[in-house]
Design a protein around this ligand. Structure first.
Ligand SMILES: *Cc1c(COP(=O)(O)O)cnc(C)c1O
Length: 340
């Protein structure tokens, strides 16, 4: 048995989810004739209290489409230096939209309204790229599952409004933040112009991300999705998995968060660990002490069938998820404590 803590994307559909997939009513979604996709899009739009939602194969494509909807080539967006849109989407910001990123030195992947304000190029200074968009991430991935303080998001929105900037949320793991902080999705829907929500992370489906947004911004979304190659046919099978996840896999995220906290506590008791980042949701980031290399540690864990990921700069990451059972959790805690 391999215990895979590399990511919450490694989960397989549960029996209930497989039944929902098998029984899905489908149609050709490129003609907008897939009733299950239409239902999922309606459901996510309503969840955020937003007008429009569109189903995408991946979170990267949904983010990239959102960036394209908000920008023109030559313009600039503002994001944290660790942002997924900048670091892990293959350079899509420049490839797809011809846009540059002003990177902000945030805290655990989160930026402040003050930093956003200071990063905006004066619109009449034609030497610099025109700033048109701010991208936030909640929870942050490289920032270790950190959750924004909602009051800060409201302040960022005020800066965006004052400067005519769009505001996109990479909400790949927004559901984790909503559960951890007991927040209302509709509050997010009021603030952001576009929000991407992944179903293939903690929610446990094989694929799918829904991009929700305000009507004016989303007008061209289906064309952009087509351009990016994301028009899918009988994809209602996967939308059915998404609907199932909304009904069955949201509240249980609290279990993932509990296990992640317990892993963090365990690591704090290990002499070979130099630092553990605060653990708010399902991601644990920690650093080893000088004597031991990340490679050695990972190899030795692999030999015990425990997989984690190396995020670079000394960061090791474990992510808890639907397929990480209580039994596995006991084994990992014992192996971490026993490792010397
Ligand atoms: C996983 C993830 C995405 C989307 O990734 P895909 O693999 O393209 O679905 C986007 N943003 C963040 C923060 C993520 O963690």
């Amino acid at each position: 048995m391999t215990i895979d803590l590399r990511s919450d994307t490694v989960t397989k559909p549960t029996e209930g989810m497989l039944r929902a997939i098998m029984n899905a009513e489908t149609g050709d979604d490129v003609y907008k004739e897939d009733p299950t996709v239409n239902e999922l899009e309606r459901r996510v739009a309503d969840f955020f209290g937003m007008h429009t939602a569109l189903f995408f194969p991946t979170g990267s494509m949904a983010n990239q489409a959102a960036i394209k909807l908000h920008t023109q080539p030559g313009e600039q967006l503002i994001c944290d230096k660790w942002a997924h849109v900048y670091n892990y989407e293959g350079g899509g910001v420049s490839f797809n939209s011809g846009v540059s990123c002003k990177l902000v030195d945030g805290t655990r992947g989160m930026i402040t309204a003050k930093q956003v304000d200071e990063s905006i190029n004066p619109p009449d200074f034609y030497h610099s790229p025109l700033t048109t968009l701010v991208c936030l991430e909640n929870t942050t991935n490289k920032g270790g599952g950190a959750c924004y303080d909602f009051a800060e998001i409201e302040k960022i929105k005020a800066v965006c409004d004052a400067n005519g900037l769009g505001l996109h949320l990479d909400g790949a793991r927004l559901m984790n933040a909503l559960v951890a902080k007991n927040e209302d999705a509709k509050d997010y829907g009021k603030i952001f112009d576009t929000i991407s929500l992944c179903f293939s992370k903690g929610l446990g489906t094989p694929l799918g991300t829904v991009l929700a947004g305000r009507e004016e911004v989303m007008e061209n979304a289906i064309r952009i999705r087509k351009v990016l190659g994301g028009g899918m046919r009988q994809i209602g099978f996967m939308a059915a998995a998404g609907l199932y996840a909304l009904d069955h896999h949201v509240d249980r995220l609290a279990e993932d968060h509990k296990k992640a906290k317990e892993l963090a506590e365990t690591l704090k008791n290990c002499s070979y660990v130099s630092k553990v980042e605060p653990t708010e949701t399902n991601i644990v980031i920690f650093y080893l002490s000088e004597e031991i290399s990340e490679e050695t540690f990972m190899d030795e864990m692999e030999a015990k069938n425990i997989r984690l990921s190396n995020m670079g700069q000394g960061k090791l990451r474990m992510v808890t998820h639907l397929d990480y059972t209580d039994t596995m959790h006991d084994i990992v805690c014992a192996e971490l404590l026993g490792y010397a």
